[in-house]
Design a protein around this ligand. Structure first.
Ligand code: SF4
Ligand code: SF4
Length: 205
């Protein structure tokens, strides 16, 4: 019975003389390891609004809606860190690889849940013939820049890039609501088109 007591006493003295195991937070700020996965933050300059991160988010901390009734139509991507499990899938699957970051912020408690969400808007590009959503303008421009001269194989990308450079809106009037797209014309080849309209034009003209 005596030996275990001596062992515990030795252990206690060792611990008292050892450096502190825990941090002194909140008396001192806590430093996290370099690859710590903290609060996710969309990077407005690098994000193109493609929605790939939304598709891989397992908890719907990232959500997306396309608001076509606004002028101009926009895609809204909402990031809610109160639903985030900090898995890093969004960052690992980001199309531009820099559109979303997991920062080192970890002290995220708040009394107001509204503070945990951020909303980012991206202008949408619709098919200039049938009105179908192609994606965000930023995404088309990003693709055109990435492809360089190869983008000329897809006139829609070149036209989107051109519209951005000239500042001209490239969203021409479409058929009235409820009516189908108009009869294809040769001039439609100079419009930003969805794959379905492009296919129809190529077959019928
Ligand atoms: S870290 Fe995971 S849970 Fe959090 S936003 Fe990204 S994909 Fe969703
Ligand atoms: S995948 Fe990247 S570029 Fe696309 S919406 Fe998400 S953060 Fe933005």
């Amino acid at each position: 019975m005596r030996w275990p007591k001596v062992r515990e006493l030795k252990e206690a003295i060792t611990v008292i003389l050892s450096p502190r195991f825990t941090t002194r937070f909140p008396a001192e700020p806590c430093t996290v390891p370099p690859r710590y996965r903290g609060k996710p933050e969309l990077q407005p300059d690098q994000c193109i609004g493609c929605g790939a991160c939304v598709n891989v988010c397992p908890t719907q901390a990232l959500t997306m809606i396309d608001a076509v009734d606004t002028q101009p139509p926009v895609r809204r991507i909402t990031c809610r860190y109160d639903a985030c499990i900090f898995c890093g899938h969004c960052r690992d699957n980001c199309t531009t690889q820099e559109g979303i970051r997991l920062t080192d912020q970890w002290d995220l408690a708040t009394l107001d849940r509204a503070e945990t969400r951020t909303v980012h808007e991206f202008e949408l590009q619709r098919c200039e013939r049938c009105g179908a959503i192609l994606g965000t303008r930023k995404h088309l421009i990003w693709l055109a820049d990435r492809l360089g001269p190869l983008a000329y194989a897809n006139p829609s990308l070149v036209l989107a890039r051109q519209a951005d450079l000239t500042g001209q809106p490239h969203d021409l009037p479409r058929s009235p609501e409820g009516e189908g797209p108009p009869e294809p014309q040769t001039a439609d080849f100079a419009k930003i088109l969805c794959p379905k309209c492009k296919c129809e034009l190529n077959i019928r003209l």
